[in-house]
Design a protein around this ligand. Structure first.
Ligand SMILES: [Zn+2]
Length: 345
C-alpha cells in the first residue's frame, strides 16, 4: 500500500550528539553528588571518557546509531572524546553508523585537559580522518579547556580542510569568555553547541540541546533570540529528534506563552543545513499529518520505514542491515566492562 504523503518526511538530523555516551545510562554513581556543571564534567563525563577503549566506543556507537534509526533520525553530527583511545576512534564511529545505515559527521573534541600532547593527538585524529575522505568537522571540546594556541590550530586545520569546527560554546558560565576568544577565528561553517550564556555575536549554526541543558541545570538558552540558524541536538541523550522537538517547544513555551511550535520545527529542519543529504532520505511515520502543531502534543510517533541514500534501512519499524537484539546484547556486555573500569577508577 502506498503511504499517505502526509506520513512522510525527509530524514531527521541530530545536530549535536555524543555516541560515546550511549553506554552511560546505569553507570555507577559518581563518588559524590555533583553540585555544578564543572563538577558534572569532572565526576561523570571526564571519568567516563577516560575509561573508553575502541571496543566500547564501537558498541556504544552501534547502539546510539540504532536508536537514532529507530527514531527516524538518518543523520548524526557527532562529537567524540576518548583520551585513552584517540587514534582511529573516528573510523570506529563512522563504520558503526555505516553498518546500521545512518549518516554521521564525526569530530574529535580537542582539549588541553591532557596536556599539549593530548591536544596534538586529538587534532591529528581530526586531520587524519578528514584527509582520508571521512565526513567530519574539526572537533574542539570548549574554549575553557583549550589554550589560545590550540583554538587557533583547530581553526587553522578546519580552514585548510574546508570544513567547520564543532565545539561547545557558553554551555555554562564557566565558558563565558569563549566569544571573546573565538571572535575573529570562528566562521559560518562552525557548529556551536549550546550557547546558553552566549551574549555576543559569533558566526555559525547554534545546536540547541534543551533536555541536556535542563538536566545539567545550566539554564535555558532562549534560542529564539539568536540571529544565527538554530538546529536541535540531544547532546548524547539518545537520538529521538521528535522528542527533542517536543521538549524544545515546551521550554520555548515556558518562557513565552505565545511561542508557536513552527519555531521548534524550524530548528529541527535546520539540522539539514549541516547534513544536506538527509533531505533526500525518506521516513514514513505511524502518524499523519506530520504537522508541528499536532506533533508538539502527540507522543509515540514512530517510523515505519526509513530510506537513506536510496537504501531501505528500516521496514515495519525494524532495521534491515543489523540485528537490534545482538547490538543491544553486545552493548550491554561492553557496558559491564566500562562500569567495572569506572568502579576501579
Ligand atoms: Zn555536547
Amino acid at each position: 500500500m502506498t503511504p499517505d504523503p502526509g506520513h512522510v518526511t525527509p530524514g531527521l538530523v541530530c545536530a549535536h550528539h555524543h555516541l560515546y555516551s550511549s553506554l552511560a545510562r546505569g553507570m555507577p554513581p559518581p563518588p559524590r553528588t555533583p553540585r555544578s556543571f564543572p563538577e558534572i564534567l569532572e565526576l561523570v563525563w571526564w571519568r567516563l571518557d577516560a575509561a573508553l577503549d575502541l571496543e566500547m566506543i564501537r558498541w556504544s556507537a552501534m547502539l546510539g546509531a540504532l536508536e537514532a534509526l529507530e527514531s527516524g533520525t538518518t543523520a548524526i553530527v557527532d562529537h567524540h572524546e576518548s583520551p585513552n583511545a584517540i587514534e582511529g576512534s573516528l573510523d570506529v564511529i563512522a563504520s558503526a553508523c555505516a553498518e546500521v545505515g545512518v549518516r554521521v559527521v564525526c569530530a574529535y573534541g580537542v582539549t588541553d585537559r591532557h596536556g599539549p600532547e593530548g591536544a596534538r593527538r586529538g587534532l591529528e585524529e581530526n586531520r587524519r580522518f578528514v584527509a582520508a575522505g571521512g565526513r567530519g568537522l574539526v572537533g574542539v571540546h570548549a574554549a575553557f579547556t583549550c589554550s589560545d594556541e590550540t583554538l587557533e590550530a583547530a581553526a587553522g586545520l578546519a580552514q585548510d580542510r574546508g570544513v567547520g569546527v564543532h565545539m561547545h560554546v557558553c554551555e555554562d558560565l564557566i565558558d563565558a569568555d569563549a566569544p571573546r576568544r573565538l571572535k575573529g577565528i570562528a566562521g559560518d561553517a562552525w557548529l556551536l553547541a549550546h550557547g546558553v550564556h552566549l551574549d555576543d555575536e559569533l558566526p555559525g549554526v547554534i545546536a540547541h540541546n534543551p533536555r541536556s541543558n535542563a538536566n545539567n541545570a545550566v539554564g535555558y538558552a532562549r534560542p529564539a533570540r539568536f540571529a544565527n540558524p538554530v538546529a536541535l541536538g540531544t547532546d548524547g541523550i539518545g537520538g529521538d529528534m521528535l522528542e527533542e522537538f517536543r521538549l524544545a517547544h515546551a521550554l520555548h513555551r515556558s518562557a513565552d506563552v505565545t511561542a508557536n511550535p513552527e519555531a521548534a520545527w524550524g530548528w529541527l529542519e535546520n539540522g539539514r543545513r549541516l547534513v544536506p543529504e538527509a533531505a533526500e532520505d525518506r521516513v514514513t511515520w505511524s502518524y499523519a499529518p506530520m504537522d508541528p502543531w499536532r506533533l508538539a502534543y502527540t507522543t509515540d510517533v514512530r517510523p515505519l520505514e526509513v530510506v537513506v541514500g536510496g537504501r531501505t534501512v528500516l521496514v515495519d519499524g525494524a532495521p534491515t542491515l543489523v540485528d537490534p537484539v545482538e547490538i543491544r546484547a553486545r552493548a550491554a556486555e561492553q557496558a559491564v566492562r566500562l562500569f567495572r573500569r569506572l568502579e576501579e577508577s
